[in-house]
Design a protein around this ligand. Structure first.
Ligand code: URA
Length: 223
């Protein structure tokens, strides 16, 4: 199948947008496209001065995703907190350090995966982003995800899951389960708790670690 036919066929199964990155064979010739890092950088440059919602008024900077763009798993959180707003990187505060610790513990260190958020700007006082703010920012996340094209998107908490799946989520009931990603059904969405929730509810730590181990198995193709 040629590139045009492939894109048409993908649109029939619900994949509306694909990014061609790196070296690709087209009709017997190898064509070089920008790699994922370069395409992600161009995406970031396109919205680093975004003013689509009110969060731009109080942010220090837009916090883009971080990590390995070739990772088969992308972790998606809610929105940057104060430390992230200062450093310009997702999950570098207390919840991020805890997440790093657990990722290392299960043998999937942070530097091997990609981490991002639904909202790229810090909501004042670390409140939950509202519906309008989420809708304004989601197109950036969708583009980011279609560039990376992971095997699994792991939503950290209900807000991330609601942004990705576009429906109401009861995280305690739906955690540890897989759902199809609405914008590309061949990508799976896995739900677990937000690490900040675990820091406030240490009795759920066992379930969180259980989910991360299950996620690792799914990524390896074992489940
Ligand atoms: N919480 C999030 O959801 N994202 C971050 O980047 C930091 C804390």
């Amino acid at each position: 199948m040629g590139v045009k036919e492939t894109v048409k066929a993908l649109s029939v199964i619900g994949i509306g947008e694909i990014y061609i990155t790196g070296k690709v064979k087209v009709g017997g010739n190898v064509k070089s496209y920008p790699n994922k890092r370069q395409v992600l950088r161009a995406l970031f440059d396109s919205y680093k001065d975004c003013t689509k919602c009110d969060l731009h008024k109080s942010r220090r900077q837009v916090v883009f995703g971080d990590g390995n763009p070739d990772s088969p798993v992308v972790f998606v959180g809610e929105a940057p907190g104060e430390e992230e707003d200062i450093q310009g990187k997702p999950f570098v505060g207390r919840a991020g350090r805890y997440l790093n610790e657990q990722l290392k513990r299960i043998g999937m260190p942070r530097e091997t995966v990609y981490i991002t958020n639904v909202n790229k700007c810090r909501p004042p006082g670390n409140r939950k982003p509202n519906y309008i703010e989420m809708q304004a920012c989601l197109p950036y996340l969708r583009k980011e995800l279609s560039i990376i094209n992971p095997k699994v998107i792991c939503c950290l908490g209900a807000t991330a899951a609601e942004g990705i799946l576009g429906k109401k989520i009861q995280i305690t009931k739906m955690r540890g389960q897989l759902f199809p990603y609405p914008y590309n059904p061949s990508v799976k969405v896995f739900l677990t708790f937000h690490p900040a929730f675990i820091l406030r509810n240490l009795n759920a730590e066992g379930e969180f670690i259980e989910d991360l181990i299950k996620l690792k198995e799914i990524v390896k193709g074992g489940l």
